[in-house]
Design a protein around this ligand. Sequence first.
Ligand code: DLL
Length: 443
Amino acid sequence: MPSNRYFQPEIETASRDYLHAIQSARLIRMVKNCYENVPFYRRKFDEIGLLPEDIHSIDDIVKLPFTIKQDLRDNYPYGLFAVPPKQLIRIHASSGTTGKQTVVGYTQEDVLHWAQGAARALVAAGCTKDDYVHVSYGYGLFTGGLGLHDGAALLGATVIPVSSGNTQRQVQILQDFHSDFLCCTPSYAMFIGETVAEMGIDPKTLPLRGGLFGAEPWTPNMRAEIERLLDIKAQDIYGLSEIAGPGVSYDCEAFDGLHVCEDYFYPEIIDPDTLQPLPDGESGELVFTCIGKEALPLVRYRTRDISSLTHETCSCGRTIVRMRKPVGRSDDMLIIRGVNVFPSQVEHVILSQGLDPNYQIHVDRADNLDVMTVVVELSEAMFSDSVSAIEVAERKLKNAMLSTLGVSANIKLVNPRSLPRSEGKAKRVFDNRGLIDYNVGNH
Ligand code: DLL
């Protein structure tokens, strides 16, 4: 079923040969730009004896070295920029787990390409220039707010730049300003949905039709919950500051992987141990090369996100490559008594027991042993159950954790709505072992 929901059909449905040709031309230009204008890359290329002339097509990308977040930190703030300040029109930054922020910059062209990505995502979600787009991602150094803002403006839609916070006021605006599309993190969408219910508003009476949610991993069950709470279609949007903000990839109506704007952001999947590229369908670390970017042309940037790719044409008619929704980051992984545990697995178990995804994971060390405690809110229905029914639910959840994760967890069921709600990226993991702070982001 070919879609009429394309913003740039000439790219989104282009032949693979055409995409290969533009990617090749852009990679050749980018490598030259890096060699001539970024001393860090000239040094790295020299170390492996690589000259710009060695790059003939996009297939030669495998000859290039990788870039990691630490490289951005070591060259803080502007050391990897390839253009002089007069060409820059915007700076963003993302807070990391430790140490300095990662600073990124954009030229006029870069902002345009990024906005095109966000506009492609909006159109794929069914948004048109006649719609009102309510942006509740944080505005500021975080890319979420301004990214969706620019995308909606490029499309010609009407932007309502609310930013995050003051949730009752958000609901009031959703109602009074006739917001058609909501853009925020999935955690915040849940919170807004709960607030709609608390305010006694029937979501069916809201004009809202859809939403673009991203900036953190979220499960299909969470999608269903957001769709129920707000009576909308919820679509995924992915991005990262280092490459571009929201709009690096996006859902279509097929919900069968996120379409990557590969004309600007070329993706690869690698084995994080051997660093070798992996074929379509295999899971590994997602790597991006900013083949169309002027200010910060990152080469083979290792995202730490776990995903896989497929180049098969989607049922929506798009030919551009799809990435599987990232289920987590390799650096979010907790090691509990030697067992690898992803927060997304914990969430999956919680949902499988009929509970809502309002939870926290606490990890402590007692007598040199890791102890994981999962704190989960009871649903309203369970809350009114008898004490013994709640004890049964707790025991069932404990057993399900052990059989799915392979490691035991203490379970603490708490009252509905007693855990703090997030207006940006949810903070769910509290590792108190003094090893690493896993809680990235403050938006
Ligand atoms: O989160 C950019 C963004 C803003 C994306 C708004 C979507 C919507 P950073 O703060 O640099 O940028 O964080 C990037 O967040 O490497 C992923 O681990 C995670 N992430 C982003 N989008 C998704 C998503 C923005 N849709 C990091 N699903 C990335 C899962 C996501 N994880």
